[in-house]
Design a protein around this ligand. Structure first.
Ligand code: NZQ
Ligand code: ZN
Length: 381
């Protein structure tokens, strides 16, 4: 096990009716900016609950943070926040609203342009305190310090490190209104978050392995039940908590992680606009096939413990496990090939060129270079 320090400072407030906690959680002397997406919270009653809880607070509103939040939109919120001297931000919505808020909170005290902070987070000097009411289980953003921001002008999408939300309110009933497609993407995203941390041979942590396997098995178990009835409180509560636990640091203590699927997936989104979860289920099966020798031990463990495969031929066992994983993604239902989205060679070539220019090597062993990415993308077609 590698040395590590661990501190996750987010207070989770979980359960039906928990939005009313806002009243007590945010001090009354704060000048708050509320940040929102495109309006789903006006239809499902979340906005009304937030308003009711903050009736005695001072707040202004910023609407329109889009999926894959764009720096162009966030700059407007930064301007507003500076002008109004706000000193607390509450994000209400999915991971995109919260990620956007992490940049807004970091950029208000900064004198330069917000995009500088995405490219170079060491420039962040101070971060306005922020919290959230999360309405989409997927990103884990409600209990991590990361955020992923897109740049419309340059077709770029990068992750950067901000800080943790002060508190996060997770009310599973807010997810009842999610479009089934977003639920499918959320389950896929959560599953792949675990895989990025778990599927690494050189780790030697049976405890991290079993926590990760617990989340993977839970997602496999609840996915068909959610498809049958997405208003089943317990299933949605388990989904919501699984998504949070998948990316809040609890399953990555003392281990190495991969994240190559995400890095390639972000490029697909940046160039085509494909939803985050969709990109992951395309890239990951192919990546596992190409990298199967580096991930051999863990793939065999995954085959046995997650998919109960007893095949004795190791290569067949690994292929069966990858097939079952891909079938799981297809059952959500999501497409797992680029061609099914009409994405062709030009996009793949551009992605390979970008990685070649950046000279970045991906994966837990930094062994995935531009040529390997080409091999992976060829299999994704
Ligand atoms: O904008 P509104 O109208 O609110 O609609 C949203 C949006 O259209 C809708 N929605 C959210 N909650 C709803 C709802 N509709 C009905 N009922 C509800 N309860 O869902 C749509 C998608 O929302 P979005 O926030 O974009 O989805 P998600 O939470 O999956 O976030 C995706 C973003 O997070 C990044 C992704 O790259 C992408 O940019 N990620 C962030 C991570 C992090 N911070 O740690 C890690 C992830 O790997 C990921 O990269
Ligand atoms: Zn993700």
């Amino acid at each position: 096990m590698r040395n590590f320090s661990f501190q996750n400072t987010t207070k989770l407030i979980f359960g039906a009716g928990s939005i009313s906690n806002l009243m007590a959680e945010i001090p009354q002397d704060k000048k708050i900016m509320l940040t929102f997406g495109g309006g789903s919270i006006k239809q499902n009653g979340v906005y009304d609950q937030v308003q009711a809880a903050l009736v005695n607070h001072h707040y202004i509103e910023f609407w329109g943070i889009e999926p894959n939040p764009k720096v162009e939109t966030l700059r407007k919120a930064v301007e507003l926040g500076k002008r109004e001297n706000i000193d607390f931000i509450l994000a209400v919505g999915g991971g995109s609203v919260l990620d956007g808020t992490k940049l807004i909170a970091s950029a208000i005290p900064y004198t330069g342009d917000a995009w500088d902070l995405v490219l170079n987070p060491s420039l962040i000097q101070r971060i306005i305190p922020f919290a959230d009411v999360i309405t989409l289980p997927a990103t884990g953003s409600e209990m991590n310090a990361g955020a992923v921001i897109s740049n419309l002008a340059t077709h770029e999408k990068y992750a950067f490190h901000s800080t943790y939300p002060q508190f996060s309110i997770l009310d599973p009933t807010t997810t009842y209104s999610l479009p089934p497609f977003q639920i499918a993407c959320g389950i896929a995203d959560s599953f792949v978050h675990v895989m990025e941390q778990y599927m690494v041979d050189k780790n030697n942590s049976p405890l991290m392995d079993r926590w990760a396997e617990g989340i993977l098995s839970t997602l496999i178990e609840i996915a068909p039940k959610i498809r049958q009835n997405q208003q089943d409180y317990d299933q949605m509560a388990n989904f919501m908590l699984s998504a949070t636990m998948a990316l809040n640091g609890f399953i990555s203590m003392g281990i190495c992680t991969d994240w190559a699927t995400h890095m390639i997936g972000h490029e697909i989104t940046a160039l085509t606009g494909l939803t985050h979860g969709e990109t992951l289920v395309i890239v990951e099966p192919s990546l596992l096939r190409v990298m199967k020798n580096e991930k051999r031990k863990k793939l065999l463990q995954f085959a046995e413990r997650i998919w109960n495969i007893s095949e004795t031929n190791e290569d067949k066992k690994i292929e069966l496990a990858i097939e079952k994983t891909e079938n799981f993604y297809r059952s959500l239902p999501l497409k797992t090939k680029l061609s099914e989205h009409g994405i062709g060679n030009d996009v793949c070539e551009e992605i390979v060129n970008r990685f070649r220019e950046r000279k970045t090597q991906l994966g837990e062993n930094a062994s995935i270079d531009a040529d390997t990415i080409k091999e992976i993308l060829d299999l994704c077609k």
